[in-house]
Ligand binder design. Structure first.
Ligand SMILES: Cc1cc2nc3c(=O)[nH]c(=O)nc-3n(C[C@H](O)[C@H](O)[C@H](O)COP(=O)(O)OP(=O)(O)OC[C@H]3O[C@@H](n4cnc5c(N)ncnc54)[C@H](O)[C@@H]3O)c2cc1C
Length: 410
């Protein structure tokens, strides 16, 4: 029996595994001829893009609900090593260390929050990089609200005004407002959004930045640009110029980096630590290994490289899955070509902003963009949960979806 091993059950890994199962099914290859195995440290698939939201319950999907009907084997464990020369992966599970041998591998361990070596950052800052961390932040804020006394205790500093930081900062006033209303002394909700760069939301381009500024002002989020955090402590941060920003909660949202295990693979990496892949998602220079999602860098249209995003991770995953199986069974592979790019950024109760194209033209703002974002976050990025094998396999076909339609507010 041959084996395809997929590392990671995020947007890229999940669709790689189901995509491989789909391709094998199409050619009548039985699971006892080629087994597809997915390894993840969690037993759930995280809709990570929703980690800034208040209600986290619906943001996780049991992996078994998707993988079992697709006929994909699942191993819960932490990948601790990859030996590309001997085609083996080391996994730490509850039952001990397992070594999995593969014929083909899909590396999809994603990305992690970039945490520079700033004193106190690891101990005192919160983040929303993973479901567990988002839950920890939520529990911390609830705990603070419940401790009557300090009227400033619901003051939150979000560091990093990229997409994640802006979404969280816009969501927090309403979340903190609810917590305040439940507290006997009604502490004032206060949100500060800070960034080292001279602009808030600099990744979104000038046109969208104007919309973001309007939303932040309406939501009474204070902004601080050009700041350099020198250290973090329980009461806030000290800046490089010696001044302070006091806050009972500091949330670090300053950038992502590809998972460090990619370093164990010999292929070329970019500045974000991503493995360079060709149009078939094969890691350049590493036979038998494919990569997808935040862990990989693919050129999508001859010019633009993939962006660490769910928008690119899902089609990269579906193509990696198709191609890893096709390669193993001697079928033609399909190149990935994506010639569009759009971003819908949540701006909390104010609405959202939708930009289209690499030049980020604003095509909707406010309520229609918000409804579009709601559909993306609650429907579009979820796998089918019906348990219907045919439906699941069909959803894993190697296609690139069209841009989200601007929705009419409900
Ligand atoms: C708060 C937030 C908001 C975002 N908003 C957007 C958005 O609006 N639009 C957008 O396109 N993108 C957004 N992103 C980015 C998007 O979430 C990522 O690009 C996407 O999750 C990447 O998918 P992936 O499968 O490559 O990696 P990941 O989602 O990182 O998945 C990696 C998987 O590997 C597993 N794993 C990691 N290490 C190990 C290990 N050692 N052993 C076993 N398993 C392991 C993890 O448990 C996880 O399941 C957002 C991200 C965050 C954090």
């Amino acid at each position: 029996m041959k084996r395809i091993v997929v590392l990671g059950g995020g947007f890229a890994g999940l669709w790689s595994a189901v995509g491989a199962a789909r391709k094998l099914d199409e050619h009548g290859v039985r699971p006892d001829e080629v087994r597809v195995t997915l390894v993840d440290q969690n037993d759930f698939h995280s809709i990570r893009v929703r980690n800034y939201e208040e209600d986290l319950d619906a943001t996780i999907v049991p992996l078994a609900q998707v993988l079992d009907p697709a006929g994909v084997e699942r191993i819960r464990g932490e990948v601790t090593g990859i030996d590309a020369e001997h085609r083996a992966v080391r996994v730490r599970t509850d039952a001990g260390v397992q070594v999995l041998h593969y014929d083909r591998l899909v590396y999809a361990l994603g990305s992690r929050l970039r945490q520079p070596p700033i004193p106190g950052l690891q101990e005192h800052a919160f983040d929303i990089d993973t479901y567990q961390e988002a839950r920890r932040l939520q529990a911390h804020l609830r705990g603070l609200a419940g401790q009557a006394g300090d009227p400033e205790r619901l003051r939150v500093l979000v560091v990093g005004a990229g997409l994640t930081g802006v979404e969280l900062a816009c969501e927090l006033p309403a979340r903190l407002g609810k917590l305040s209303a439940q507290a006997s002394d009604r502490p004032a909700p206060q949100v500060i959004l800070g960034d080292a760069s001279p602009f808030i939301g600099s990744d979104m381009g000038g046109e969208a930045r104007t919309v973001i500024a309007k939303a932040l002002a309406a939501l009474r989020v204070e902004t601080r640009t050009g700041i350099a955090v020198a250290s973090v402590d329980r009461g806030g941060v000290t800046l490089a110029d010696g001044s302070r920003i006091d806050a009972a909660t500091v949330v670090w949202c300053a950038g992502l980096r590809a998972h460090e295990l990619g370093e164990a693979l010999p292929g070329q990496k970019d500045a974000l630590g991503r493995l360079e892949v060709d149009e078939f998602m094969r890691v350049r220079g590493v036979p038998g290994v494919f990569a997808a999602g935040d862990a990989a860098r693919a050129v999508l249209d001859g010019t633009h490289a993939s962006v660490m995003s769910c928008q690119h991770s899902r089609p990269m995953g579906r193509h990696a899955g198709h191609n890893v199986a096709a390669d193993l069974i001697g079928q033609p592979m399909l190149p990935l070509h994506i010639d569009r790019y759009s971003t819908v950024l949540d701006l909390g109760p104010w609405g959202a902003v939708y930009t289209d194209g690499w030049d980020r033209r604003v095509i909707a703002a406010g309520a229609p963009a918000k409804e579009t974002k709601r559909i993306i976050n609650r429907q579009r990025v979820y796998p089918p949960l019906s348990g219907d094998r045919a439906q699941l396999l069909a959803a894993a076909a190697p296609v690139v979806e069209g841009p989200p339609q601007v929705a009419r507010p409900a």
